[in-house]
Design a binder for this molecule. Structure first.
Ligand SMILES: Cc1cc2nc3c(=O)[nH]c(=O)nc-3n(C[C@H](O)[C@H](O)[C@H](O)COP(=O)(O)OP(=O)(O)OC[C@H]3O[C@@H](n4cnc5c(N)ncnc54)[C@H](O)[C@@H]3O)c2cc1C
Length: 488
């Protein structure tokens, strides 16, 4: 049943599971666990619809590359699935087999661990059962780029699709306008004993459960852990450690422009690095999309103003002479964009500010930072696509100078894929959660969502994070069954 915590203070005395955050990860876990017969509460900070009041709690500062942390997440029932685009590409065995450069390990589990949840995750995002991930063009002959393979979800809006299930599943309580503001950890037992929840009038209550799962997105999952004084005092969290570190995005780089050879079709093409390419160049993976513009393309927050001025310049035929705004492209230009893997690095991080939000939770700063290994990925993939494009007789590519010259500031945009801030690892030295998504040093605190990603690969994160959520639900269900048998 969905209840409004602002007006209905009806938490039960205790639940088997408390799940914080009702986006794709939280909703999936709540339904799986309640359907297995456990008592479950799902608390969501926002309401049924978008509201400035709730969204304001996502306000944060940025000291790194601009990644629009406030705009690229939605804080209400259904979470960011309320405006995701639905592009789905599964991880591959090589994502799990190969370690990233640097001193952090890759995944501590093989791909097979989540592959078995792919059909169920596809079903959740309304992809046809048995559908194969399709290539829409052919690869390039050099062996460096295959055609990319992906499917498009309608896109599934989780709050709408699962409204009836959230209302009617026995054993499940859903509270909207119910904000988690603190996590109370008991060092002696190693257990999280309560989550402190609050409405918007600062009415606070201790939410009690046997197990807690944070599912508030990659920035907020780290924020909740960092904000808890009791987790800090117990040494579970270290504000300069891995919690909040290794924030990863997928890199959206404007690689340059191309001129198609006569006779080549103008349809968009999408390529994907082969495992052989990645192994040879020791680079990250990447999707490269080429398209011929039918409209002016702009970047950044001032996009609307730029869009107007750029259209004007294109119409007057003076685009190439005008440097006063930025370099930009006109209709008919071929543009090359990307979705590239960023490697984990601890300098790219979410950290707490001294300032608190109106509910008393410390605000965050996002420092999205690339490493030299990421610049290497950009250079290798840019250089190779230009070469292969010419060799395939498709046309001629002019790369932007920052692709190969790391001294030139990069023109980069995010993809709104937030990952890595509570990374999975085999030990606490190199991660925040273990192979079962349990926070190291705790008995009953788990994390769901792409914050657990040890590597981001170049696959869209939502379908894979659902695979992990389904796996976590199975693990918790088994754990509870074993515990119940022991009691009998
Ligand atoms: C424009 C856009 C397009 C995208 N397109 C794609 C795509 O094509 N393919 C893809 O794979 N991914 C895409 N994504 C990313 C996708 O939306 C996310 O991967 C996905 O929504 C993450 O799910 P989640 O449940 O982990 O987190 P979220 O969806 O962010 O949900 C977190 C929930 O927690 C709640 N919450 C936060 N703080 C608290 C608190 N203190 N107390 C209680 N509740 C709280 C929030 O209100 C929210 O409901 C896109 C994102 C954007 C912005």
């Amino acid at each position: 049943m969905i209840k409004d915590y602002q007006t209905q203070k009806a938490l039960r005395d205790a639940y088997d599971f408390a799940i914080i955050g009702a986006g794709p990860a939280g909703i999936t876990l709540a339904l799986q666990l309640a359907r297995a017969g456990w008592s479950v509460v799902l608390v969501e900070g926002g309401g049924h619809e978008y509201s400035p009041r709730s969204q304001a709690f996502y306000a944060c500062t940025s000291t790194g590359l601009e990644m629009y942390a406030e705009e690229t997440r939605l804080r209400y029932l259904g979470g960011t699935s309320n405006h995701w685009a639905g592009r789905c590409r599964p991880f591959e065995p090589s994502d799990f087999a190969v370690s990233p450069p640097g001193n952090l390990p890759g995944w501590p589990i093989p791909y097979a661990e989540i592959e078995r949840y792919l059909p169920a995750a596809m079903d959740i995002v309304d992809l046809p059962q048995g559908a194969s991930f399709q290539a829409r063009n052919t690869g390039l002959q050099g062996g460096e780029f295959d055609a990319d393979r992906f499917l498009l979800s309608p896109p599934t809006r989780f709050a709408q699709k699962y409204a009836a299930a959230l209302n009617e599943t026995p054993g499940l309580d859903v509270f909207i306008n119910c904000n988690c503001v603190d996590l109370e950890f008991d060092q002696a037992s190693g257990r999280l004993v309560a989550a402190l929840v609050s409405d918007y009038d600062l009415h606070r209550e201790r939410l009690l459960a046997g197990h807690f799962i944070l599912a508030t997105g990659a920035i907020e999952n780290a924020r909740q852990l960092l904000n808890s004084e009791s987790l800090l005092a117990a040494g579970i969290v270290n504000r300069n450690g891995l919690v909040g570190g290794c924030f990863m995005e997928h890199l959206n780089i404007d690689m340059g422009t191309f001129i198609l050879k006569e006779g080549q079709g103008t349809e968009p093409r999408e390529y994907y690095t082969t495992d052989a390419f990645v192994a040879e160049y020791r680079s990250g993976k990447g999707n490269v999309a080429t398209s011929v513009l039918s409209d002016v393309r702009t970047y950044g927050r001032t996009a609307e103003v730029k869009h107007f001025l750029e259209n004007l310049a294109c119409e007057m035929g003076v685009a190439s002479k005008i440097e006063f705004i930025a370099k930009f492209s006109c209709p008919g230009d071929g543009v090359i964009s990307t979705m590239l893997e960023q490697f984990p690095n601890v300098q790219s991080r979410i950290s707490l500010l001294d300032e608190k939000d109106p509910l008393g939770v410390a605000k965050v700063n996002v420092n999205w930072a690339l490493s030299p290994d990421d610049r290497h990925t950009i250079k290798c993939i840019g250089g190779e696509i230009a070469k292969q494009f010419a060799e395939a007789g498709l046309g001629f590519v002019k790369l932007n100078d920052y692709v190969y010259d790391t001294a030139v500031p990069l023109k980069i945009a995010p993809h709104a894929h937030h990952m890595g801030t509570t990374r999975m690892a085999a030990s606490a030295e190199s991660g925040v959660v273990d192979a079962n998504c349990k926070v190291f040093g705790t008995e009953n605190l788990y994390v769901a969502g792409s914050s657990i990603f040890a590597k981001g690969g170049a696959s869209n994160p939502t379908m894979p994070l659902l695979q992990f959520a389904l796996r976590l639900a199975d693990h918790l269900n088994d754990k509870m069954k074993v515990a119940s048998k022991a009691v009998v």
